[in-house]
Design a protein around this ligand. Structure first.
Ligand SMILES: C=C(O[C@@H]1C=C(C(=O)O)C=C[C@H]1O)C(=O)O
Length: 268
């Protein structure tokens, strides 16, 4: 489905972690070719599923829930050790947690948390889904899952912070792939991949030169922002990331979160 005006419709995450991938879109590099919607991860996936967009930056788990997608090769939002922005805040050891408030904008991290409970403890706590705000979440539940920009804000320090990428890496030795670009069947995949590759090459080298603008929107210390992009998050989808995705999908199936997983298929 190409929209009536001939533009390709992209649904894009607007968290700090997506900036290296979306800066070129924001700077208008593809004006006249693309139509943009900025949304939360869960909504990007829903837009792709419903056909409201042709290309979405979506939670990796959603690839298994939406038919006929192709993944843009070589690009993802992933973390090797600590991601810093996908956190379980908890007052109790996880084995004692009975209720978890889930960030309503997440899908991959929700699946990752459920896999962690399934594999480590063999039970699922009760879940409620909430807007990501630590205090109200922790007033309702023993633990809270918070992702993205909300996890980078000041958080209560009198609770434990568990970094989900670190937990995954401890258990598997692998990075974790939170999100990637997925393209609906019928879209011009060559044109889309060209845009996405150009956007990826454009964003990262400009992060350091845009620091004032970035800090106006995300008021964090400059070094924290640079560390986040250089140490916590990475954007290359290669062999370790593919191995990780295969394991993530297998565990998700074992935990009853998805049906038999299809292997990742890439756009050409
Ligand atoms: C690393 C992150 O990855 C995110 C986590 C997602 C999810 O849990 O579904 C989706 C997109 C990414 O923005 C983050 O938000 O901090």
């Amino acid at each position: 489905m190409t929209l009536a005006n001939g533009l390709i419709h992209f649904s894009i995450i607007d968290y700090l972690n997506a900036l290296p991938l979306n800066m070129a879109f924001k700077d208008g590099l593809f004006e006249g070719q693309v139509d943009l919607t900025f949304d939360y991860p869960s909504q990007c996936a829903d837009n792709l599923a419903s056909g409201r967009c042709e290309v979405g930056l979506i939670s990796s788990i959603e690839y298994q829930r939406i038919a006929n997608l192709r993944i843009a090769p070589g690009i993802c939002i992933a973390s090797r050790h600590e991601v810093r922005s996908v956190l379980i805040l908890t007052r109790k050891p996880l084995s004692d947690v009975k209720t978890v408030a889930l960030d309503r904008f997440s899908r991959s991290s929700v699946a990752l948390l459920r896999i962690l409970f399934h594999r480590r403890f063999g039970f699922q706590p009760q879940f409620i889904t909430m807007t990501p705000q630590a205090e109200p979440m922790l007033a309702e539940a023993d633990a809270a899952l918070i992702i993205g920009d909300a996890a980078l804000r000041a958080l209560p320090q009198d609770v434990d912070h568990i970094d989900l990428a670190r937990e995954w890496n401890r258990d598997t030795g692998l990075p974790f792939v939170f999100a990637f670009w997925a393209i609906r069947r019928g879209a011009n995949t060559a044109a889309v991949c060209d845009i996405l590759n150009r956007a990826k090459a454009y964003g990262m080298p400009r992060i350091a030169t845009r620091m004032d603008d970035i800090r106006a929107r995300w008021p964090l210390p400059e070094n924290d922002i640079l560390d986040y992009f250089h140490t916590n998050i990475h954007y290359d989808l290669g062999e370790p990331e593919l191995a990780s995705l295969a394991l993530f999908y297998r565990y998700a199936e074992e935990a009853g979160l998805i049906k038999h997983p299809s292997p990742p298929r890439f756009a050409t």
